[in-house]
Ligand binder design. Sequence first.
Ligand SMILES: Nc1ncnc2c1ncn2[C@@H]1O[C@H](COP(=O)(O)OP(=O)(O)O)[C@@H](O)[C@H]1O
Ligand SMILES: [Mg+2]
Length: 341
Amino acid sequence: MEEQIKAVLQTVKYPGYSRDIVSFGLVKEITAANGAVSITLQLTNATPEVAAQLKAEVDRAVRGLPGVQRTHIDVRNTAAPAGGAAFNQNKVPGIQRIVAIASGKGGVGKSTASVNIACGLRHLGARVGLLDCDIYGPSIPLMMGISERPAITANEKLAPLMNYGVHLMSMGFLIEGDAPVIWRGPMIVKTIQQFFFSVDWPELDYLLVDLPPGTGDAQLTLCQTVPLDGGVIITTPQEASLGVVRKGVGMFQKLNVPILGIVENMSYFTAPGGERIEIFGHGGGAEEAKRQDVPFLGEVPLFTEIREGGDKGIPVVISGPDRPAGAAFIKVAAALRERLG
Ligand SMILES: Nc1ncnc2c1ncn2[C@@H]1O[C@H](COP(=O)(O)OP(=O)(O)O)[C@@H](O)[C@H]1O
Ligand SMILES: [Mg+2]
């Protein structure tokens, strides 16, 4: 009977997502006896509407099974309020703040920003980790100039790598060369969970998480796995005007994750003569932030140096913290630190 119930629960999707609640690991307990079924769901940070909807859908699905007369659906919803100080059963030991870096779309410089903001926070004296949750397209190893196989610690955890004083974990450290990662959804959920609880993270002030592009299942998995202190949305001026920021804001709101702010990347280009050229228009990020009523954390210009730094594995914050490109990211890092209190 439990197997049948589990199978029917696999048809219940998390509201707004393509994945079912079983593969998300939200079904904690199923018991059935004499026509009575009892189910426990463990949610993290779900809105009351989502919790109520899931309860109703689970109830309906289970009642549709032959032989079921009574149901008891227990929905536990662990809250992780803004500021992240509150108790949460899944809090990662030793990590003060976990911040997701997201964008509604790929190619806007999310990984570049993650790397440089991490190095910027380190530059400001913080203890920083960077977790690459872009399972299909990990770019942190290349951008941080390190790719080795992580060691296994005495307590059988993965030891994070480190470069430029930043502690790192990425799928790129674990796969062979360019081997494509073709994984089914549940494996992504497991991997993201293991990235937190099977990695031997040291004491950190900040753990930044580079998310895959979009607003999909990895984002939800992350929010269900650990209490997030907030999310940062990276955009380019033209994407901002196309509603991409709104999608990112909507995603974080739906998952009850506080939005720490928006960063406008590839904001403008400075010609050799010092002239400012606004290729994509400018200020879209700041305007969109205002419209969405979320903070604006700063803008980062288009610089060849930034791309080269990424390709060479030496972030501009490391190679030139006092030059405009490096300084722009350090300013964003300082704004983020201030927002986090
Ligand atoms: N401010 C910038 N100036 C110049 N090149 C940039 C800038 N930001 C990102 N890039 C380049 O744009 C490309 C895409 O950036 P990336 O960080 O990989 O985007 P995402 O992670 O959003 O897909 C990379 O080649 C990167 O070096
Ligand atoms: Mg990326």
